[in-house]
Design a protein. Sequence first.
Length: 239
Amino acid sequence: MPHGERTEKPVKSGGAALVSAAPNSVLLVYGAGSGLGKSTLACALVQWMESRGLSTRLFSEECATEHPAFRAYVRQVQTGNAGDAATLLKCCDRFIAELLNSSADVVVLDSLLPCWDWLYSAGASDEVVADFTDDLKALLSKLRPVLLLVEGDVDQALERAIEDRGIEWALDLAERRAGQRDRDSLQAYFQTLRAGTGRAMSRWNYPVVRVDTVVEGLESAVRRTSEELAKWLPSASSA
């Protein structure tokens, strides 16, 4: 389906007709911290959208290490230059160009864009992240982005992740991200990342849906988030 066309696919559900979003809409599922349930939430929302007649395409964060568009940045990471925001932006440009050609009604990106954690993990300054954010927003203007910001207590979320994945996973992650193989360093890293994300958010001017999966629990979060997203993608109208 060529970019710019709009196909309406009303589907009756709970007394409402859901009309498909314009082609190539993008949902950015993002949050600073492990154990917040971002991937679980993303998959649940994909199922919700598909049950209402919308076609979807889901990309996970892991796709960045394999996707051709990000190869140049992966090479920079491998050579110790993960803070190369210029190369990362070029890769994002290539990736977004592919999304523009997607036939899916909604593309869901799980922990991929806006890449703030990648840059902050590499020690990038707030100024670098701010400039990157402004440039990325310009690229995303070709789409209809909404940011689903997954929040929650960092320490509680990490505890949940450790229960699920084991302490060795946490220690390995701490060594990679914080340079110290201990839990306290990983907690401090996530707190720093959360603070940086908050500062970057001040420059974000696209729609944002916030959800606290620790307070609400995943089941409640999926339900409420679905209700919020129905206002944006697809538009809900009275039957």
